[in-house]
Structures are given as C-alpha cells and as structure tokens.
Write a protein that binds this ligand. Structure first.
Ligand code: FE2
Length: 303
C-alpha cells in the first residue's frame, strides 16, 4: 500500500481488512498549529468552514490524503481504517479531535444531520448509571453487531467514531465484522425474507419521528451483498420476519470471524456502512466508568 509522508501505514494485527494509519508526531504538530486558528463554533454554524478545515488538512499531505482515505473506505476488501496519533501530545484534546474528525469526514463525504445531537456530529458519554432507551449508553450490555442509519431517510454510506476520553474502563472493546468474513452471509443474504421491506423505527432519544421501510439485504452494482441492520429498531410484521431477524442476530453474534479490538483514546475508526457491522463488548462494572465518543455519519460525495 502506498504511504504518505507523515503517516505510518500498517494492517491491524487481527485483520488485513482494517488499515491502521498512524500520524507521526512531526505531522501532528503541524496539524495542531493550523487547527489552533480554527474555532469550533464556526465549524458548527458554517458548513463551508468544514470544507475549509478539510482542505487545510489535505494541503498538509500534498493533496493526497483524500484520495488515499477514499480508496480504503470504498474498497470492498478493506473498507475500514483506524486513524491514530503516534503520541498523545498535550494539545490532543476534545477540541482538536472534533476538528480532526471533521476534517477527515469532509474529505470523504457530507455528514448527515445527527438528530440526537442537533448538529453534524454527536458527542455522548457512557457511564455506570444509565436511564436511556437504547443500547448506545448501556455500559454493561453487549451492543450487538449492527450498521448505522437504519431508521433514517438519509443515506449512511460511512460512519466515524472517535474516542475522546476514557477513564476507569475495562472491557468495552470495539467489535467489527466484515460481511465477506461472516460464515452465513450467503444463506441470509439470498433468503427472500431478507429482501422484503421491513419497517424501522427508533426510540424517543433519537429524535426521529417517522418510520422508514427497507430490506435488510441489498446488492451493490457488482452484485455483492450489502446489509442495513440493527437488532433494536425493525418492527417485524409477522412470525416469518421475526424469526428471520432472531436467526440473523444469533448468526452474526455467533460468528467466529468478529474482530475484537481496543480503540485507544485519541483514535478514530472509519468504516464503510454497507459491508462492515460494528458493535461493542460490555464493560466491566465500575462506578467511576466514563467514556466519551464522538460520531459522525454521512454519505459519499457524488462528484
Ligand atoms: Fe452504531
């Protein structure tokens, strides 16, 4: 794989499909210097300023970063990368990580409006106590493998998750599964029930007041299977659909080819949302547990 100056590229030890991109310390300092002049509220309020920060990052890599990232994320064989700093410098804080995540996503596509947060990105905490209505913040429950955007009208081609903070955490590893590594992909993706329209809705906290209809499985232009699935939000309308979803869930969770990895603080994972599923292992109980994540989801640029 080609290398860019200021980056160190490798495969994740556990999978050749996930590319690990490490930003070297010298390059990090250059990015920090340029990002310091940019204000987060302008990023939030003026969409064009997000393209501007992306362009500044692109320029630091001689105009080659966007092409490099898009190749990974659109390639069926990979489709996922982890971006991490070589060293956690003092300036790598929440503000820097929001700016870096913004710049990276605006080299890939247009982020969707995140209704849960009311802006183009969402920050959320996972803590010991939780009263929420979805698995997102339930620290001690397994968050089963799923894709994002199953219950919204917008296209969700990719997603990014950045770890802003982590304290008193044991467990809570990221779990990833590529469709082509799943033992029963063919069986389920070829099943006519998987191609039926399902109804998808979401709990109150998501702030989405409509329902959508779409199948679990579709195909890309080359005929490769694609999935749009999460356990909590489809509303099966009969026994056939209900049992199909139960068996699908059991099969995904039972896969021996899941990749379980710890995402370090300051790192981001970006994945193609059509053939990568993601989830999270439960945390070990700790009353002081605290994790903060940032997420951005969106569509690819069309031109
Ligand atoms: Fe998710």
């Amino acid at each position: 794989m080609e290398n860019l100056k200021g980056l160190s590229i490798s495969d994740l030890i556990k999978s050749k499909r996930i590319i690990v991109i490490e930003i070297k310390e010298k390059k990090l300092k250059e990015i920090i210097k340029i990002f310091k002049k940019i204000d987060i509220s302008s990023l939030e309020l003026k969409p064009f300023s997000r393209f501007n920060i992306a362009k500044k990052l692109e320029n630091l890599f001689e105009g080659k970063l966007s092409n490099f990232l898009n190749k990974i994320i659109k390639n069926r064989k990979t489709g996922c990368f982890i971006l991490q700093p070589e060293k956690i410098l003092d300036d790598i804080d929440d503000k820097f990580l929001i700016k870096l995540s913004t710049a990276i996503t605006y080299l890939i596509g247009n982020p969707n409006y995140d209704a849960m947060a009311g802006k183009y990105y969402a920050r959320f905490h996972i803590k010991h106590k939780d009263k929420s209505d979805s698995y997102l913040r339930k620290a001690y429950k397994n968050m089963d493998l799923h894709t994002d955007g199953t219950y919204v009208k917008e296209k969700t081609d990719w997603l990014m998750m950045t770890k802003i903070e982590e304290k008193n955490v044991s467990g809570g590893e990221s779990v990833m599964l590529h469709l082509d590594d799943w033992e029963f992909c063919k069986k389920f993706s070829k099943d006519p029930i998987g191609k039926e329209n399902f109804i998808w809705s979401s709990p109150k906290s998501k702030n989405v007041d409509y329902k959508v209809k779409h199948p679990v499985f579709s195909e890309d232009v080359k005929g490769n299977p694609q999935i749009s699935y999460i356990d909590q939000f489809p509303e099966p309308k009969n026994m056939r659909q209900g049992i199909f979803l139960q068996e699908l869930s059991d099969s995904l969770e039972g896969s021996k080819n899941k990749i379980i990895t710890k995402l370090p603080v300051g790192s981001s994972i970006v994945a193609n949302n059509y053939f990568w599923l993601h989830g999270r292992k439960p945390f070990k109980k700790n009353k002081d547990l605290s994790r903060e994540l940032l997420r951005i989801r969106g569509s690819f640029f069309i031109n």
